[in-house]
Design a protein. Structure first.
Length: 418
């Protein structure tokens, strides 16, 4: 018999012990610091009530749904699905469908910026382009310069990347190039972010001489320019301003962002960025990690729409309607806003920016104004630095002139209760 054949020795029973106290599940790890630090809009809860049908909502930034070319877009989708279903429903390349990239490049070249399909990356809306650029260019603590006020979602994208966001002073015409020059020298930023044409939120357009000056500062100081142009084709009057990217010294350091959201349909989620080769490749790698590619069927449908339909004629029709609505808003602002208010007259786009006299706080006033079934967006969230709390943004494109006139009457009654 071996030791392994011996029976196991008897063991004494374990002494009775009190049961361990019941414990809940262990706490989860916390959110990333950037997620905790970047909050949402402070007026989101207030604006939630604007979904009520009786509210005339000037707060949105949506194109007018009644002006979408539903028939043309439906025909483009049918063609993509019926003629090449195996391609339309399949994965695509991260850079985007060649036909759409070629069409985007051709439109850019027609506006004076020589562009090849290989210069273009298709994005899931131009908002994604901001996130890709933040991933490709920014380390935590890097500085980004922005306009003041600035597109709110851009501020959020840069904050999520851990950037230090510094506002550049300006006026009703846009960025002050001299102030930009000083801030670039002081902070050594990675890039300047700007919406130079029909800016969100102000509707202002940077004049040609300032565009040239911005390009010169970027070339001399060594800084990227991110030129966002979602509204530029919605011009009602005046001469089209060349992209900053077309000016001497800017071509090798400007990223141009575009979108079909405001001129075709936002639900397609189709945007694009044009950038120098190394940066474009870095953004493509970032996009591959984010979503692999923008939906193939949407890209093929958009390419087919551009081939079969006259997008420029459609844009002209939309701009004609938007001009009437802008004029209706401008005509009623004098009576709706308190004496001493000022506003910018946009030559295109979707927004009017106004400033009430000192002492008004448009965030606080919104609670009262909404009780009159009308809404706007307070200006404060659009500022990277100290906000101007007397400002507000109103979108004029989604209501008819009669609805705009009624909305402004309601707005006047609400502001009159201050």
């Amino acid at each position: 018999m071996t030791a392994t054949d011996l029976p196991a020795p008897a063991t004494a029973p374990a002494p009775a012990t009190a049961p361990a106290p019941a414990q809940g599940p262990a706490p989860l790890p916390p959110l990333a610091a950037r997620a905790a630090a970047v909050g949402g809009s402070p007026v989101r809860d207030i604006l939630a009530v604007t979904a009520r049908p009786e509210v005339i909502n000037f707060a949105g930034g949506l194109p007018a749904p009644g002006l979408f070319d539903g028939d043309g877009i439906a025909a483009a989708f049918r063609a993509a699905l019926e003629e090449t279903p195996e391609r339309a429903l399949q994965y695509s390349t991260t850079e985007g469908e060649p036909a759409l990239r070629a069409a985007i490049a051709a439109r850019a070249a027609a506006r004076g910026l020589p562009t090849d399909a290989d210069d273009v990356l298709v994005t899931t809306g131009s908002q994604q382009a901001l996130s890709l650029l933040a991933t490709a260019l920014l380390e935590p603590g890097d500085t980004v310069l922005v306009e003041t006020p600035c597109y709110l979602a851009a501020l959020q994208a840069f904050a999520f990347a851990g950037a230090r966001v510094v506002p550049v002073p300006g006026d009703a015409a846009g960025i002050d190039p001299a102030a930009l020059d000083e801030l670039v020298a002081l902070h050594r930023p990675k890039f300047l972010y700007t919406v130079p044409t029909f800016q969100n939120p102000t509707g202002r357009t940077l004049p040609a001489d300032r565009r040239a000056a911005v390009a010169e500062v970027a070339a001399r100081r060594g800084v990227w320019i991110v030129e966002d142009d979602p509204y530029g084709e919605l011009r009602f009057e005046g001469e089209r301003a060349p992209w900053i990217a077309t000016y001497p010294g800017a071509a090798d350091r400007t990223v141009l962002l575009g979108s079909f959201s405001k001129v075709m349909a936002p639900g397609l989620r189709l945007g694009w960025l044009r950038a120098p080769g190394a940066l474009l490749r870095a953004c493509a790698v970032a996009k591959q990690a984010a979503d692999l590619h923008t939906p193939t069927v949407n890209q093929l449908a958009a390419a087919r729409y551009l081939a079969d339909q006259d997008l420029d004629a459609h844009i002209a029709r939309v701009a004609g309607v938007y001009r009437e609505r802008r004029d209706a808003m401008l005509a009623g602002l004098g009576e709706a806003l308190p004496a001493g208010s000022t506003w910018i007259r946009p030559e295109g786009g979707m927004f009017v920016w106004a400033r009430l006299p000192d002492g008004y706080d448009t965030t606080e006033l919104l609670r009262t104004v909404i009780t009159h079934d009308v809404a706007y967006v307070p200006g404060a969230p659009f500022f990277a630095g100290e906000p101007d709390r007397a400002t507000l943004r109103m979108c004029f494109v989604t209501q008819s002139p009669a609805e705009i006139a009624e909305g402004l009457r309601r707005l006047g009654r609400g502001l009159g209760e201050k």
